[in-house]
Design a protein around this ligand. Structure first.
Ligand code: 3PG
Length: 218
């Protein structure tokens, strides 16, 4: 996708979703590893990176990638509060992903200038996000909450919403999700397996990213 990702530039949630077929969901505990991992993903064609706020080092890792890997766009995942949104924006995150949705998180992301991909699993949650003007949503946890069949059911009443299914998505089912007209991209942790990170096998990460980029979208 031809999106200008230069540092300081503003992106929309749709641009974040359209950049590649997969947004990697990343758990990091080491700042040096963060930079090497980000470079390996970029080398494989993946630029939009979701670093989850699940470790004490997550904000420092976001900061390091934002500073040292300008070819990547670092986002924060697991944003669950207004404070999380503020902290990740301060660290240099340029988009936010949340496992659910609250008006407070939506407002904090707007205030911080962060495009937000909020997690939804029910019609009511979709309606609440839509009330706040959000039409690009994460379907989470995608497999556990109904998989592709759920997205097909939602395409009628919520035909104006586009989704990033995440949770239980893998090479085995990503293509099926991506073939749905209301799916723009998927999210998943399979590009950054813990054991591959632990042994610093960056070539393997690049190979997984390249494979993900070959997944077809409709
Ligand atoms: C998560 O919560 O870690 C993400 O949704 C990724 O889920 P996955 O590990 O099933 O890809």
């Amino acid at each position: 996708m031809d999106v200008n990702i230069k540092p300081g530039g503003k992106l929309t949630a749709l641009q974040v979703m359209q950049d590649a077929p997969v947004i990697p969901v990343i758990v990091l505990t080491d700042v040096k590893q963060a930079v090497l991992l980000a470079r390996a993903l970029v080398a494989g064609g993946i630029r939009m990176l979701e670093v989850t706020l699940r470790t004490p080092q997550a904000l420092a890792c976001i900061e390091a990638i934002a500073r040292d890997v300008p070819e990547a766009v670092t986002g924060a995942g697991t944003v669950r509060s207004a404070a999380d949104a503020q902290a990740c924006a301060m660290a240099g995150a340029r988009f936010a992903v949340s496992p659910g949705y609250t008006h407070a998180v939506g407002q904090a992301c707007r205030d911080a200038g962060l495009p937000l991909l909020p997690g939804v699993a029910t019609g009511s949650e979709i309606m609440m996000a839509q009330e706040d003007g959000l039409t690009e949503l994460k379907f989470f946890p995608a497999m556990q909450a109904g998989g592709p069949a759920m997205l097909k059911a939602w395409s009628g009443p919520f035909g104006d919403v586009r989704f990033c299914p995440t949770g239980g998505v893998s090479t085995a089912n990503a293509a099926e999700f991506l073939s749905l007209p209301n799916v723009v991209c998927v999210g998943g942790s399979w590009l950054t397996p813990a054991d591959v990170l632990a042994r610093g096998d960056w070539a393997q990460v690049t190979a997984l990213a390249q494979q993900a980029c070959r997944l077809q979208r409709e």
